[in-house]
Design a protein around this ligand. Structure first.
Ligand code: PAF
Length: 282
């Protein structure tokens, strides 16, 4: 299995095997891999000749130093998991210096307003950090197809917007959320939850599912009030936001329109671990 720790080594390898007709599939990650990431790799293997996964905890997308310090780093276990899918997958695990070359700052992006809602509101600078690293990784890997999980649906829409605005020649492919048997969306952050907290966190998806049913007959405000009440009664849980938004523009829904597609978005702290989830409503 090939593992590269510098962009120069990866680029020279990809150049040596390059063939314009052979697609490269790319799965960018921050490691602490779970079944959701592995499903992206499996999807990439089905449609590409070469598959690259990056494992890089990107400091510029963290607005909270403690969150960055506590982010799980499990490179050896991650490599074993990638190997279990296929030893033909190329792992790119660079250092911060190799990527940022001594200037660990974000570029500023205009994502036509998608960046101001939800995660953008509660994590200032987060999407500039995501745009900076994803653009940089695309320049290094030059993928034909890049795969992202729909759990980070706002991120997915923002990356599609960046690619469209900057005319980056890559297909962005969104893949379904992978869930634990109790419904909890798989996330690298789940590693920071105890077994009991993981069980309790099933309430997040359960509430989203109830919100979906309620939205058939109630307004967005009424559904939001129901969700706020649910989490108020839940010790150890703190709701950061629950928003029903237009899936394309991410603008909050005030008056339901039959022709629009809506999605609910949620961020919840479970004893200091921040979890997000989302569900399509119609
Ligand atoms: O979704 C993630 O894991 C990260 O935001 C990404 C896309 C790998 C960029 O660091």
């Amino acid at each position: 299995m090939l593992i590269f720790n510098t962009q120069n080594e990866l680029v020279s390898h990809l150049t040596s095997i390059s063939n314009a007709a052979a697609p490269i599939g790319f799965v960018p990650t921050m490691g602490a891999l779970h079944q959701g990431h592995l499903s992206l790799l499996k999807e990439a293997l089905l449609h590409n000749t070469t598959v690259v996964i990056s494992i890089f905890v990107n400091p510029t997308q963290f607005n909270n130093a403690e969150d960055l310090a506590k982010y799980p780093r499990t490179l050896e276990a991650d490599i074993e998991k990638v190997k279990s899918v296929s030893d033909k997958i190329i792992v790119f695990a660079p250092s911060v210096d190799d990527i940022y070359e001594g200037n660990t700052v974000s570029k500023h992006f205009d994502f036509d307003g998608l960046e101001h809602q939800m995660e953008g509101q509660f994590r200032p600078g987060h999407f500039d950090g995501v745009g900076t690293i994803v653009k940089r990784l695309f320049e290094i890997v030059k993928p034909t197809n890049a795969y992202f999980g729909e759990k980070d649906f706002q991120q997915l829409q923002i990356i599609k917007k960046m690619v469209e605005k900057l005319k980056i020649p890559v297909n962005i492919i969104g893949c379904p959320i992978f869930r634990e048997t109790n419904g909890l969306a798989m996330s690298s952050r789940n590693e920071r939850l105890s077994a009991e907290e993981k069980e309790q966190a099933a309430i997040i998806f359960k509430t989203l599912t109830q919100a979906k049913t309620l939205f058939e007959t109630k307004t967005a405000d009424e559904v939001s009030a129901f969700v706020a009440e649910t989490f108020k009664k839940q010790p150890g849980f703190e709701l950061e936001y629950f928003t029903i938004a237009d899936e394309a523009t991410l603008q909050p829904c005030h008056t339901k329109k039959e022709t629009e597609k809506y999605r609910a978005f949620i961020a919840v702290f479970v004893n200091n671990v921040r979890l997000i989830d989302t569900i399509s409503l119609n």
